[in-house]
Write a protein that binds this ligand. Structure first.
Ligand code: ADP
Length: 634
């Protein structure tokens, strides 16, 4: 036996340890229960280390290779004991491992402390506080440990106030017990169910069994001997860290069951992707696409999709740093090997590791969706119905993946006679006319409004496909999606429509002549409508309708302006351009009107009906009806 066996040694903590203890007790009080997670994680590490060393030297097991963690409560003594049959520690290891701070990272951390408690409390989240977190709830901590392959055991004890003692003791087998003597105000942790709850919350997926005594036995008053014989330990955690297993060993049923537990959901998921990333950064993700939209999909602040684990230890739920909002329907988890256990939400917000995990996970989800679209069109249809409008938030939120996200979009189109959104941008481009280099689209309130819009007339005539966008998000989304595959998006309802090479020389000439011929009526309309319009011009858009209202390129569509106004937003008033179809009978009729007063009534009617047909609302509908009736009667 070493000298340590003769007399308890009294040691002083390394200065940094005292500093850390002090800081921790003061800054982690709001989340005390994490002490158990940290100690279970240490016990699990100790077992992993033993297993690893036993690969070389089987005798270290000494006949016991059933590695596990036992947790027991002693209400009378006010203690909780976490025991493992892992590697254990020698006398000197106890001193270096739990009397000093060996990790250089922690030293650097302590050096970076400012002395400002609030600021330091934030910093502490970056570092694994580990063993010392026991002092958040315990006024005294004892460690009894025996290193595998030796027969010497040691008892370490400290009240966390700067000193600890170390003495020889007895322990029947290898391993470590950490005994916490709870502070009076933390006696709540002596409750069996409380402890079980914390284990399930944080350590369910620790791959070792975590055992506790059955409550009934613990409560019964038997002699020590009887108890030993009758006591039954039961496993509290689930141990199946499904995602840590090899993909080929996991059945579809297992993947589905796991989804139902984590989502949680009653139905099977639509699809999933499971990846182990190695190299500079190591993490595993298991991400699911649900088959149905959750009821709160539209609540953009509700993020509850992704759980974060570190080395199979649960860290936190719905970490919004792991998935952007436009993928908020994704469920599953990320398990990092590199993050510290004690990582906080604040730290996650500006962490390079997290950024890497996030962008890797986003790519996996997007390519999963791409492969569903390619290989299971029916499934993709279902996906798009449920989540398409959410995915459309992508171009605004995720600039880097704009093109990949847009590839997944589906729209209604003038090519199809259905309100279903089936046409992809690649399909659209595949069937563009020779000479066409732009993607034409129209946003509207409803599919019917879009489909029957006068803005489409010129495109119908030339057999050019136009995408019809009727989701509320579309108008906003299109502000961010200017191009796809190097082709510009052009709203057929906005700006000066230049069909460029799509028009024959003959068409252009006819248009020019019509415009010339219409100069007179255009001037008269301008005068009659005054400052209701920015200008009046001959249209290249129309074949059947007499007139149409056109907006500036960067202006909101009329139906959106309406919506914004209803929602109480200030909408910048902009004057539209009135485009007329000079060959339309109505225009010929108006032009013939000699009485300028009557002409003005006609002009107003023409303008108002163009606003209505374009999805806008009239400032004064009853005036419109009155005027219409007057003209009908005249
Ligand atoms: P970390 O676990 O992050 O290294 P801790 O402060 O939690 O930091 O623990 C310090 C060290 O003490 C561990 O690295 C390990 O060597 C040792 N240790 C803690 N708990 C145990 C245990 N149950 N069995 C064996 N060694 C342990």
């Amino acid at each position: 036996m070493s000298e340590a066996a003769v007399q308890p040694e009294s040691h002083e903590f390394q200065a940094e340890v005292s500093q850390l203890l002090n800081l921790m007790i003061h800054s982690l009080y709001s989340n005390k229960e994490i002490f158990l997670r940290e100690l279970i994680s240490n016990a699990s590490d100790a077992c992993d280390k033993l297993r690893f060393q036993a690969l070389q030297d089987d005798s270290l097991y000494a006949g016991d290779n059933d590695l596990k963690i036992n947790i027991s409560l002693d209400k009378d003594a006010g203690t909780l004991t976490i025991s493992d049959n892992g590697i254990g520690m020698t006398h000197d290891e106890v001193i270096t491992n739990i009397g000093t701070i060996a990790k250089s990272g922690t030293k650097e951390f302590l050096q970076s402390l400012t002395g400002d408690q609030a600021q330091d409390a934030q910093l502490i989240g970056q570092f694994g506080v580990g063993f010392y977190s026991s002092f958040i709830v315990a006024s005294k901590v004892a460690v009894v440990t025996r290193k595998a392959g030796t027969d010497e055991a040691f008892r370490w004890e400290s009240e966390g106030t700067g000193r600890y003692t170390l003495e020889a003791t007895e322990r029947d087998t290898r391993g470590t017990d950490v005994i916490l003597y709870f502070r009076d105000e933390d006696k709540e942790y002596l409750d069996d169910w409380r402890i079980r709850g914390i284990i399930r919350k944080y350590s369910d997926h620790i791959s070792l069994p975590i055992m506790m005594l059955q409550e009934a036995n613990e409560a019964s008053e038997e002699t020590e001997q009887d108890k030993d014989q009758q006591v039954e330990w039961e496993q509290v955690n689930n141990t199946t860290a499904l995602w840590a297993r090899a993909k080929k060993d996991i059945s579809d049923e297992e993947y589905k069951d796991f989804y139902k537990a984590v989502a949680p959901d009653f139905q099977d998921p639509l699809a999933w992707t499971h990846n182990r990333v190695e190299g500079k950064q190591e993490y595993t993700n298991l991400l699911y696409i649900p088959s149905q939209a959750p009821f709160d999909l539209w609540d953009r602040d509700k993020m509850h999709g992704i759980k974060l684990y570190v080395n199979r230890v649960f860290i936190m739920d719905d970490s919004e740093q792991l998935m952007p909002k436009y993928l908020r329907f994704v469920r599953g988890l990320v398990d990092s090997n590199d993050l510290p256990l004690n990582v906080s939400r604040e730290i996650l917000q500006s962490n390079k590791l997290i950024d890497g995990i996030r962008s890797g996970s986003v790519k996996k989800v997007l390519s999963l969706l791409e492969s569903i679209a390619k290989n299971k069109p029916e499934d993709y249809k279902a996906f798009w119905k449920n989540f398409g409008a959410v995915l459309k938030e992508g171009p605004a939120e995720d600039f880097a993946n704009k093109e990949t996200v847009a590839k997944l979009f589906r729209f209604s189109s003038t090519r199809e006679d259905s309100a279903e959104q089936n046409v992809s941008l690649d399909q659209y481009i595949g069937s563009m006319k020779p000479g066409q280099d732009k993607i034409y689209y129209l946003t509207a309130d409803t599919y019917m409004a879009a489909k029957n819009s006068p803005h489409l007339e010129a495109f119908k005539k030339r057999d050019i496909e136009v995408l019809l966008m009727c989701d509320r998000v579309d108008e906003w989304m299109m502000q961010y999606l200017n191009e796809y595959d190097e082709k510009k998006f052009i709203s057929v309802a906005k700006g000066d429509l230049d069909l460029g090479e799509l028009d024959s020389e003959e068409d252009k000439k006819t248009a020019e002549e019509a415009e010339k011929a219409a100069e007179g009526v255009i001037e008269r309309l301008k005068t009659a409508l005054g400052d209701q319009v920015e200008s009046v011009r001959a249209s290249s858009r129309l074949t059947d309708s007499p007139a149409v209202v056109v907006l500036n390129e960067n202006e909101m569509a009329l139906h959106m302006q309406q919506l914004m106004k209803q929602a109480g937003h200030e909408v910048p008033v902009s004057k539209p351009i009135l485009e007329i179809n000079p060959t339309h009978n109505l225009l010929t009729r108006i032009e013939a009107e000699q009485d300028e007063q009557v002409f003005a009534d006609w002009a107003q009617l023409l303008f108002d009906q163009a606003v209505l047909a374009g999805g806008g609302q009239l400032e004064n509908p009853s005036e419109f009806v009155k005027q219409l009736n007057k003209l009908l009667l005249s």
